[in-house]
Design a protein around this ligand. Structure first.
Ligand code: B4P
Length: 205
């Protein structure tokens, strides 16, 4: 498979964007807006894994226990799910990764995949928020969305998992000049405006 690309030309549709943030930071909320704006496919590993689980397919059955306990699904399973989706023609001109990569292993696998397809990440957006705010948001979400991983114990576990396994990615991408840290403790509209201006600045540079 090859990405269709004209050398030196990177328009909105060819952007590859990564969203990183602790649980409840608003990755899903902001991703849904940004894919409309950029007109690229939305690759949420959380959504893909929840779908696989609901459809009771073998990958979903393997992932379910980890998700319900608030732990990360093993890299091999996640890469299998993401790999399938990346091979799809709709992803050939860019995409938005929501909640992926979440470990240094996943980041290395993604880099390798993009390198062999002559592509690179355009920008990594960190959504940063204080823990009390995140817990309050997920408790509110528990009332409306009925997610099994939004119980107080699981929320606590997911926060620990983020600190240990995902936050090292911030340094990894900062060192590569790709990281933009966005204050997510504002209204969804304000957060999105900030994201848009950072995307435009990157595109213009
Ligand atoms: P995800 O689906 O990625 O879930 P999340 O981190 O909890 O949520 P997100 O940050 O998207 O929050 P949202 O916008 O909904 O992951 C779920 C699980 O799947 C993981 O725990 C793991 O087990 C597994 N998984 C997924 N990807 C994986 C990977 N790569 N590797 C291994 N395992 C993986 O926002 C939360 C709430 O806040 C919403 O109710 C929203 O309305 C509200 N909100 C959002 N922005 C707001 C704002 N600005 N102000 C006020 N409220 C706001």
């Amino acid at each position: 498979m090859g990405w269709t690309r004209i050398a030196g030309f990177e328009d909105a549709r060819s952007m590859i964007v990564v969203f990183i943030g602790p649980p409840g930071a608003g990755k899903g909320t902001q991703s849904r807006r940004l894919v409309e704006y950029l007109r690229v496919p939305h690759l949420s590993t959380g959504d893909m894994l929840r779908k696989a689980k609901a459809e009771k397919d073998p990958v979903g059955a393997l992932a379910a226990g980890f998700m319900d306990r608030g732990q990360l699904v093993p890299d091999a399973i996640v890469m299998e799910v993401v790999g399938h989706r990346l091979e799809h023609p709709e992803c050939q001109n860019g995409c938005l990764f929501d909640g992926f990569p979440r470990t240094l292993g996943q980041a290395a696998s993604l880099d390798e995949y993009l390198r062999t397809h002559n592509r690179r990440i355009s920008v990594v957006l960190e959504l940063a928020a204080a823990e009390e705010e995140l817990i309050a948001r997920m408790k509110r979400r528990a009332l409306t969305e009925n997610r099994v991983d939004d119980t107080p114990e699981t929320i606590h576990e997911r926060m620990i998992v983020y600190e240990r396994q995902t936050s090292p990615l911030l340094k990894y991408y900062r060192e590569r000049g790709l990281l933009e840290s966005v204050n997510a403790m504002r209204s969804p509209d304000e957060v999105f405006q900030d994201i848009q201006s950072r995307i435009e600045a990157r595109r213009g540079s």
